[in-house]
Design a protein around this ligand. Structure first.
Ligand code: NDP
Ligand code: A1CAB
Length: 264
């Protein structure tokens, strides 16, 4: 696959790492204005680093956009004359609708929106996908790319903002929970590094249990909570302090912020 990532910042670089690790590319163009800051990618075979978006577009079939929302419009206007019938445009941009893209480049292009997360760099992204009418004919290509780099599902476009909160911002939310667990473990006597190991792998184990069994979290919780034991005591205290409630409120606040950004 001849892929270009337009905007090799935090997410763009994560996608690039995932693509390189999984050997998913024939050529990979990485663009940004300050090319110096992607020098880490120099020396890889078939990877071109450039600040010239036009060069990347001309030499690629799949264009993955990972710039900040404020930059996309101008980039699309600039590359529009270079787009051909086979280009597949995949936008990871938060809050930038398909219809807004079509208003710039036309409805006759394959347009897909993808909402991955930074775990794509290690092949573990949960990615949500949707497309325009024409893009339905190429959604399988996007699925093939993102399934190599984790798991993907197709959703209606009106759920993309919610998917951003749960999957993309979700990485930060889960990191904070892992950090809090680490701090608790340190307070209980573990060295910092060891504490983080315990927190990370227990988190990984919990997620793996659900993924492999298909069970509801409460079924697994029931297996752990001994009557009058320490687990239920801890869980109930966490809920008295508002654990579930604060998480849900955080997710809703994050969602409201996206809708606010979208209006501006
Ligand atoms: N970070 C994340 O976890 C996720 C982000 N997203 C979305 O992905 C997008 C990128 O986010 P993120 O990676 O965090 O942002 P960053 O700011 O880290 O990356 C965006 C990059 O775009 C580059 N850029 C700006 N203008 C141009 C241009 N004209 N041509 C080429 N490159 C350009 C910038 O580099 P330079 O200044 O050198 O040009 C910058 O590195 C956003 O729209 C965000 O909503 C979606 C899911 C997850
Ligand atoms: O924080 C943000 O706005 C972007 C979108 C999801 C992840 N980063």
């Amino acid at each position: 696959m001849k892929i270009a990532i337009i905007g090799a910042g935090n997410l763009g670089k994560s996608i690039a790492k995932g693509l390189i690790t999984t050997n998913a590319i024939t050529t990979l163009y990485l663009t940004r204005r300050n090319v110096d800051s992607i020098k880490d990618f120099e020396g890889y075979k078939n990877i071109v680093l450039t600040s010239d978006n036009a060069e990347a577009v001309k030499n690629s079939d799949i264009l993955i956009f990972a710039v900040q929302p404020a930059h996309l419009e101008k980039i699309l206007i600039n590359i529009k004359p270079l787009l051909h019938d086979n280009h597949v445009l995949i936008s990871t941009i938060t809050g930038f609708s398909i219809s807004r893209m079509e208003n710039i480049i036309g409805e006759d292009k394959f347009v897909i929106r993808a909402m991955p997360n930074t775990a794509i760099s290690v092949g573990k992204s949960m990615t949500c996908l949707c497309s325009n009418e024409k893009g339905k004919g190429r959604i399988k290509i996007a699925e093939a790319i993102f399934n190599r780099l984790g798991t993907s599902i197709e959703i209606p476009e009106d759920k993309m903002q919610a998917a951003t909160v749960i999957c993309a911002s979700g990485i930060a939310f889960w990191m904070r929970l892992i950090r809090a667990t680490t701090q608790g473990a340190i307070q209980l006597g573990f060295e910092a590094k060891e504490a983080q190991e315990l927190a990370m792998h227990t988190c990984y184990g919990a997620a793996s249990l659900l993924i492999q069994s298909g069970n509801h979290p409460e079924q697994e919780i029931d297996r752990v909570t001994t009557p009058m034991g320490c687990t239920i005591e801890g869980l109930n205290e966490m809920e008295h302090q508002g654990l579930s409630s604060s998480l849900i409120k955080g997710l809703i606040t994050s969602f409201e912020k996206i809708n606010q950004i979208k209006k501006n």
